[in-house]
Design a protein around this ligand. Structure first.
Ligand code: SF4
Ligand code: SF4
Length: 112
């Protein structure tokens, strides 16, 4: 969801990043999560749904992925307009690693 433009080795936040993980080699696992949209996010209205609590969330299609994801390239089609939640989701960060691990475990469970 978030591709860092520059990284500083003195940044403690960056020290928690696994640089071996790249969005370009991931099937947009995080784009199947519930993504909350805040009032000041620039996200286009047609991509927003309400959850059961009336909160604005990114619309997802029947395959589970966010409606804004290009299914051919697995890239975000509204990158400049994506919600802050997506901007804050660091490639290779703790949450990224967790959702990728959950996805792998689910795939293994289905195959077993
Ligand atoms: S799960 Fe991580 S590596 Fe995969 S698309 Fe999201 S941020 Fe990128
Ligand atoms: S808005 Fe873009 S980055 Fe955020 S979940 Fe949807 S496709 Fe992924």
């Amino acid at each position: 969801m978030n591709i860092p433009i520059a990284q500083s080795s003195t940044d403690t936040h960056v020290s928690d990043i696994d640089p071996s993980i790249q969005c370009s080699r991931c099937e947009a696992t995080c784009c199947r999560l519930t993504v909350y949209v805040m009032a000041d996010d620039p996200t286009p209205e047609y991509l927003i749904d309400q959850d059961e609590h009336g909160m604005d969330v990114m619309r997802r299609l029947d395959d589970g992925w966010c409606a804004a994801l290009d299914r051919d390239t697995m890239r975000c089609t509204i990158y400049a307009l994506r919600p802050q939640v997506c901007r804050d989701f660091d490639m290779g960060g703790a949450d990224c690693r967790q959702v990728r691990a959950n996805d792998r475990n689910l795939a293994i469970a289905v195959l077993d």
